[in-house]
Design a protein around this ligand. Sequence first.
Ligand code: HEM
Length: 462
Amino acid sequence: MSSTNSLRPLPCRTGLFIGVRESIAYLRDPDGFIAERHQQFGPVFGTTLFFRPTAVVGGPDAVEQFIDLESSISESALPAAFTALHTADGALNQAGETHRSTRRGYSALFSPSNLESYLPEINRCMVQFTSSIAQRGSTCIALDAKHLCLNLYAELFAGESLTKDEIEAFISYNDALLSLSKQLPSFRKGEKALAALQQSMQVRLGKYRRGELDGACFRIFTANLDEHGQPWSDERIATATVLMVWGAYIEVASLMASCLIQTRHRLDVRDQVLKMARDHNLVNSETPGHLADWDLPFVQGVLRESLRLIPPAGGGFRMTSEDIDISGYRIPAGTVVTADPRIGNAMSALFPEPQSFAPERWMRERDIKLNLKDGASCPFAGSALRLPKEGWFPGGIGKHGCPGLPLAELSVRIFLVRWMQAIQHWEGDSEHTKSIPYTLVPIRIPTDSYRLNVVPAPRDAP
Ligand code: HEM
């Protein structure tokens, strides 16, 4: 352990009831909270989140140090309600060999061959979703995307879409995760929802064992051994399946909505996406293609910029087991530490003109020349592709970094292509022209009432 006595304490705001004020301010506007303190103190600062002293660590240098020190910051420190509802089987609550064995048990779910096998279902759902919105002429995008994603990932992972009650249970479960107290009715509702969903997944697991349905989680998890060499119990398989559907649905629904919000005034984006779909033989919406066909650099740039400018959440929460030093600051043992992607996302050293939505920063010069209609030149084309891993980590970083991002990105690339094919123009309704109403925790997503009005694409459009 390095000597931390001579180091500076973390810069932070002070004052009467500061801990309560900081915790509440964060819940009111998480992104604004982080941006303000980043501006005031720099990329590493102290605060109080969920009533616990917390060190927020951002920017590539400090995040690199965070990774180097991860063995001293490995204990999970999610807020109490989240810890309880995520269960002991949830990877985010685990550390050491138990966590490593859980990660091994998840990995096949995201292998290239399994991603390829999900293509027909993802494509079918996205085509049906976008064409029904085109027919209706409007969508409450967050609400509709949540339902779509719940059914899609339940089908992929657990072999069947969900009942109305199960959909409601997932939403109550998600809403309860950041309850400020376990005494609150919202938390109790989340607990009940979790129990009902565990039961539902056990029933589906029974069907899987009788050969009545097929789901990737059941296929993979029933072959898993834990860290003691024992097969995963049925309870564990059911719980892990609930958590996988939850982890997927809310993040992907949020990203789908963000992409449409970011691009609603960018007519050029639709043209470019359609051109790329044509070049990759994705015009026939009934053909799901192969994984390589969906390698669409411009579309990937669109979703990455949406993820960067409207991030669904910050990073994970861990606890220091000993005093540590990050960027010359002393972080005492027992402090919650979070590596926050939102800080780097706004740094001009990493993302020139950080406020600009520029998919080209994620594209190689060669792909821009090849793929973009007018070969538009961007002075920082490709710059984001050259970032170190500490410069871009929307799914968290280190041992708990998100394993599901490739599936999320694939799903959203398919969504964007099918959306642009079915819909020519979209716009928030007049009620929300000035500001978009968001639910901010645990994941940022527009409220259910936020509506997009759409103009369908002409029938002979590509
Ligand atoms: C844009 C989409 C997504 C974002 C932004 C995202 C974000 C995150 C974040 C921030 C973490 C916490 C990392 C940490 O604590 O350090 C995480 C963990 C996790 N995510 Fe995602 N996620 C996304 C999609 C998905 C999908 C589609 C799945 C599953 C199909 C998934 C499954 C998981 C799992 C299992 C973990 C726990 C990892 C562990 O503790 O080892 N995520 N994700």
